[in-house]
Design a protein around this ligand. Structure first.
Ligand code: NI
Length: 171
């Protein structure tokens, strides 16, 4: 699967809920998981493969088990404690910046069969990835959440990235 890059309009859409838990969804999630592992990502959200539906996969253990699948997720609790952590994104190559986010988060979601599950007080890389991937479903990218000074430093790069995206479309 191709991962779309900063400047592509799908990355700015609010994704719609998944409705059908069928073989097509299974195949799609499987393909997303393979793509994430191939590209060495910690997580991948459906809008990043140009499909604006509410689902993402996360591999916070770096390949030790099948990736976690979150469908129609809701973030229901955040810790008051926040921290800076350097984030990157497969849709924003070569840029890594500190983002300040809650240290822990609780997420409710559906699994691949449509069965509800909850991850209570996720922490560490998993909590970070859940929040980053959830943002993709809202059309938010991590560079939107950095300080104005940090944003200033990468604005040129981002503009070139978005321009490259447009040229690709015109070609
Ligand atoms: Ni991302």
């Amino acid at each position: 699967m191709d991962v779309i890059v900063y400047g592509h309009p799908t990355l700015r859409k609010k994704a719609v809920p998944v409705e059908a838990f069928d073989a097509e969804l299974q195949a799609f999630v499987e393909e997303m998981s393979v793509t994430m592992v191939e590209k060495d990502g910690v997580g991948l959200a459906a809008p990043q493969v140009d499909r604006a539906v509410r689902l993402f996969v996360i591999d916070a253990t770096q390949g030790e088990r099948p990736p976690l699948v979150f469908i129609n997720p809701e973030l229901t609790w955040f810790s008051d404690e926040k921290e800076d952590y350097e984030e990157g994104c497969l849709s924003i190559p070569e840029i890594r910046l500190n983002v300040n986010r809650p240290v822990q988060v609780t997420v409710k979601a559906l699994d691949i069969n449509g069965k509800p599950f909850t991850v209570e007080k996720a922490q560490g890389l998993l909590a970070r990835a859940i929040q980053h991937e959830y943002d993709h479903l809202e059309g938010i990218m991590f560079v939107d959440r950095v300080s104005p000074v940090q944003r200033q430093l990468v604005n040129g790069k981002l503009k070139r990235m978005a321009k490259g995206q447009k040229n690709k479309k015109a070609a």
